[in-house]
Design a protein. Structure first.
Lengths: 354, 253
């Protein structure tokens, strides 16, 4: 029976008159292609998760063939009907196929990729975007100088710039209290809880600064400058009270990492913001695609540096001179700072990628 | 609030593919589901870390795991599961690159970093505002990474949803078939098909009124004289004659 039916259908296809202009037998259109679409969908489900090299030649060829056919089915259906469910389904299938056929091949293993990130990829990104890193650092330094100068010129400016908690006791009184009493962080538990709070908070804040820079440029630049002003004002207050060394020893060890991290996040934001708002000759979309690879690497480095900075700030930075002498703390600060910059900007990179 | 407008991409095969932006509601539901999953997972991790490890180490491990979960969850699923974290999969929406391609790690990373800004000042207010103002329903993170959250077409069984063949159909007469062939144009056929397919989703009252109105038109147009035939029967009968009646000798092409 099925054989005769097949023959009838074949005959029908061969002898039926071509449809009148502008009309199409949708029923038949769907019936003839339904199997193909179903196969395409199941093939897509299989292939979407596979890396390219595991796909195999046969599957790849079938995929491309089915994709092309579905595209032409979509075109044909569009010219003949407005039926939303049919067009929607074909559009969805073609879109999914497009995403697989034109995807970027990805492939290397995670461990190798992670090692390469630290040795090559991250430093290369920072060197490529050194102009932005330098610009962000200058904004921060400029802010620091302004804040420092303002408080030196008139100590009353400290009260205008800094929040009221800061003025409850003078810097010198604070130094004496802290150095005379017990250690503020007296157990491992307290240190780890404080560190955990610090790095979670700092990462959130740096992401915020990045976002503002990426979407407005001016906002990101302002955050960098303003943080510099606050830092400069605090530093000047300590310097005026004659406790400069204390300040360096208490802020230095984590500041040596946190300040660069703030600059990195700010620089990444400015880089992306420039691509989005001032793309120049290319379209914003193209400029964005060029910026993204270095931007996300800079952000990832920011996160890692902030985690380490949080650990340092929650434990080492909190130790008074009774436990760790100031000279050692300042030395560690200098080592951390030069180590970070050396890793990112000075160390020679392998030839393969710059 | 601006109306949503689909983005059209043209593939190298010169086929246009439409990307329909997902609405604020479905995105919100997906987000709530994903947040619930992250919260559940992180409370499990917290219990494990604080019970199994000494307290100092436990707290650190817990904080790091929390960091990894809350930032990594979205990035991981958006990259590995073709733009569909579990919440989005359940709701039927997907994150794609602005050009219709799968989104890259860097795009996913950036759009999720900007999440902190979208979440401000409270409850994703800024992100929601950006969604409503942008015709492609992008939040700030989507703008910064050129990504798009699109609606997936629900797989509809085309044959079953459309007009069904009817066992008894008083409209199946040679005269009516001939009239239908000449007088019912292509667009009208599409309309009748869509009406039958969507009828069950309509409010009863609205369906009745609409069917009666359409039936009145075709009673005149096709000289159907049977006054006892309800509007819905007439429309469905007509749809069956036009599309599904395989046995009918004068089946309209």
């Amino acid at each position: 029976v099925s054989e005769t039916r097949e023959r009838q259908r074949a005959d029908g296809a061969a002898t039926s008159a071509p449809p009148a202009a502008g009309t199409m037998d949708l029923e038949r259109f769907v019936r003839e292609r339904r199997g193909r679409w179903a196969r395409f969908e199941s093939l897509l489900r299989e292939v979407e998760r596979l890396p390219d090299h595991e796909m195999g030649a046969a599957r790849l060829l079938e995929l491309v063939r089915l994709y092309r056919q579905t595209c032409s089915d979509l075109n044909e259906a569009r010219s003949a009907t407005a039926e939303p469910s049919l067009l929607g389904r074909l559009n969805h299938l073609a879109g999914r196929g497009y995403r697989v056929v034109y995807r970027r091949s990805h492939g290397r293993r995670f461990a190798g990729e992670a090692r390469r990130f630290f040795t090559v990829v991250a430093p290369a990104a920072f060197r490529r975007e050194r102009a932005f890193v330098l610009g962000a650092a200058l904004l921060l330094v400029l802010g620091t100088l302004v804040g420092f100068g303002a408080v030196l010129a008139d100590p009353a400016n400290a009260e205008r710039l800094l929040p009221p908690q800061f003025h409850q006791e003078s810097p010198r009184a604070r130094v004496e209290r802290i150095e005379a009493g017990d250690e503020r962080v007296d157990s491992l538990e307290a240190a780890s809880a404080f560190s955990a709070f610090l790095f979670s908070h700092n990462i959130r804040v740096s992401f915020l600064a990045f976002s503002l820079g990426a979407l407005t440029v001016v906002g990101g630049a302002w955050i960098l400058f303003y943080n510099g002003v606050l830092l400069g004002a605090v530093a000047a207050a300590y310097v005026l009270d004659g406790v400069t060394v204390f300040f360096l020893a208490w802020v230095g060890p984590h500041g040596a990492l946190e300040l660069p991290a703030a600059v990195f996040a700010g620089a990444a934001g400015l880089r992306l913001g420039r691509a989005l708002l001032l793309p120049g000759e290319s379209s914003a979309r193209e400029a964005l695609r060029q910026a993204l690879p270095s931007v996300w690497r800079m952000l990832l480095v920011t996160v890692l540096v902030l985690v380490v900075a949080g650990l340092v700030e929650g434990s080492f930075s909190q130790m008074s001179a009774k436990t760790i002498p100031y000279s050692l703390k300042i030395t560690v600060a200098a080592l951390l700072f030069s180590g970070l910059l050396g890793w990112l900007f000075v160390r020679r990179l392998p030839e393969e990628e710059t | 609030v601006r109306a949503a407008r689909p983005r059209t991409i043209v593939t190298p095969e010169h086929v246009e593919i439409r990307l329909d932006p997902a609405g604020l509601g479905s995105r919100f539901v997906a987000l709530v589901i994903d947040l619930a999953i992250v919260l559940g997972a992180s409370s499990v991790v917290a219990h494990l870390a604080l019970y199994a490890l000494p307290p100092a180490l436990g707290m650190l491990v817990n904080a790091l795991a929390l960091l990894l979960l809350s930032w990594g969850y979205h990035v991981f699923f958006e990259v590995r599961a073709q733009g569909q974290p579990p919440g989005k999969r359940i709701v039927g929406i997907r994150v794609v690159d602005g050009r219709g391609l799968p989104l890259s790690v860097e795009q996913s990373f950036v759009r999720n970093v900007v999440r902190v800004l979208d979440a401000l000042p409270v409850g994703y207010a800024l992100g929601a505002l950006s969604c409503l103002l942008d015709p492609q329903r992008r939040r700030l993170g989507d703008l910064a990474a050129d990504t798009l959250v699109v609606r997936e077409a629900r797989t509809v069984d085309f044959e079953r949803r459309a007009a069904r063949a009817r066992t008894f159909n008083s409209l199946r007469t040679p005269r009516l078939l001939r009239l239908a062939r000449h007088r019912v144009g292509l667009e009208e056929r599409e309309f009748i098909r869509a009406l039958c397919a969507r009828g069950p989703e309509m409010d009863d009252r609205a369906r009745f009124d609409l069917m009666e109105e359409v039936a009145r038109h075709y009673r005149r147009k096709l000289d159907v004289e049977d006054p006892h035939l309800s509007g819905e029967s007439l429309v469905r009968g007509l749809a069956a004659v036009l599309f599904a009646d395989r046995l009918s000798p004068g089946r309209v092409r």
